[in-house]
Design a protein around this ligand. Structure first.
Ligand SMILES: C[S@@+](CC[C@H](N)C(=O)[O-])C[C@H]1O[C@@H](n2cnc3c(N)ncnc32)[C@H](O)[C@@H]1O
Length: 380
């Protein structure tokens, strides 16, 4: 543990796991995301946008669907939360969506280090904005596509709020119940010889108690209050449109049933890292998103797997198109042909069962729009 981390968490003190995780991931001087951590092939973990441009091309189709469903508004705002290094925005720009002329795409990212990467290779870049800048960006009438980043998100928007692999990274507590309505929490104590978990009695929010109680007594599980608060705020931001959350997720009972808290994971340099108290600030800390905890705020309009979501948006057609381009140019391939060929491998990774294909896609349709035609039925 670094001296700087010790100064934030002195010997003899105790923090909730959520507070500990927030410092370990996001503190401006010692947090993993504020210093070294990031998504990507050369980063610490591979997310769908980082697999290649195919994912962004399909998200661009979903944005077009929503833009059309909203009546093709002149200004169409997309707020991507937890944008990391900005790879998804670049792929969406590259896909030249139909909604482009109306598009105001704001990457809301907590880490200034990551926001500093957003301008790279992005035409229509409008800067890293403060609150006033965000208001004029989303209210502007100049033709898009326009891109910007900020730590602050706007309200009153017509468009899409999007979060890929954000919610699994929002700080959570760790709780269990005894089957008789009593809860305990795992806190983090800074003892003389290092950090250790300690158990303390706790209260849980009344709204979440039934879902938490659906897990087997005695099993530790994540209590994701911040994720629920994020969702409530995301829905409030939209006048009309859709909130789309993509992440690894399961019900609270399913998560709690994983042996030895297998749902609590750490990553660094593409590898699973050690115990979450071993190297604070030196690794990512994450958990499966409890979809039923989110559902206590507002029930999703649709839940699908990432595989179903991408298949509905035409991943097979894009791969086939790529295959034809590659075959036509295989004897003298150019960059476009190589990119077309790479769709085959990208699709395999994005649809893989037991991997990204099993991620959940949750959508909350707000205001006047309807769920897009052909959407599968709610699965849960
Ligand atoms: C796992 S990374 C995902 C990056 C990207 N969405 C992707 O799929 O490659 C999560 C990102 O969310 C950011 N983040 C965490 N909490 C946030 C918050 N409250 N608002 C905005 N960004 C946040 C982190 O700094 C990190 O860059």
């Amino acid at each position: 543990m670094t001296d700087e981390f010790q100064s934030r968490f002195p010997v003899g003190t105790t923090l909730s796991f959520a507070r500990y995780m927030d410092i370990a991931l996001y503190d401006e001087s010692v947090g993993f995301y504020a210093t070294v951590g990031r998504a990507g092939r050369r980063g610490d973990f591979l997310t769908s946008p980082e697999v290649g441009p195919l994912f962004g091309a399909l998200i661009a189709r979903r944005l077009d669907e929503e833009w059309l469903a909203l009546g093709s508004p002149e200004t169409f705002v997309v707020v991507e939360f937890g944008a990391g290094p900005g790879t998804l925005a670049r792929s969406i720009a590259f896909a030249t969506p139909e909604c482009g002329s109306a598009l105001r795409y704001l990457m809301v990212e907590r880490s200034a280090e990551q926001r500093a990467l957003h301008a790279e290779h992005l035409d229509g870049w409008m800067g890293d904005l403060d609150a006033a800048g965000v208001d004029s960006f989303v209210g502007g009438h100049n033709p898009g596509p326009q891109f910007a980043s900020s730590p602050i998100a706007p309200y009153g928007i017509t468009g899409v709020v999007l979060a890929n692999e954000l919610l699994d990274n929002l700080a959570f507590d760790i709780v269990r119940h005894d089957g008789a309505g009593n809860f305990e929490r795992l806190d983090v104590h800074h003892a003389e010889d290092g950090l250790e978990f300690v158990v303390a009695p706790t209260e849980v929010p009344l709204s979440l108690a039934p879902v938490l109680s659906s897990a087997a007594a005695g099993e530790w599980m994540p209590l994701q209050e911040l994720a629920v608060q994020w969702l409530t705020a995301a829905i409030d931001r939209l006048e009309r449109g859709v909130v789309i959350v993509i992440d690894y997720g399961a019900t609270t009972a399913e998560i709690a049933a994983r042996s030895e808290m297998g749902w609590l994971r750490t990553f660094v340099g593409q590898e699973r890292a050690g115990h979450p108290l071993d190297a604070p600030g030196g690794c990512d800390i994450t958990a499966d998103v409890a979809v039923d905890q989110l559902g206590t705020a507002v029930r999703p309009t649709i839940i699908t797997s990432q595989q179903q979501f991408l298949e509905r948006l035409g991943i097979a057609q894009l791969v086939e198109e790529g295959r034809k381009i590659w075959t036509g140019k295989a004897s003298a391939p150019d960059v476009a042909a190589l990119r077309a060929r790479s769709r085959i491998g990208e699709a395999e990774a994005l649809l893989e069962s037991g991997g990204l294909g099993d991620f959940v896609v949750l959508e909350w349709t707000i205001g006047m729009t309807e769920a897009p035609e052909g959407s599968p039925e709610n699965l849960r």
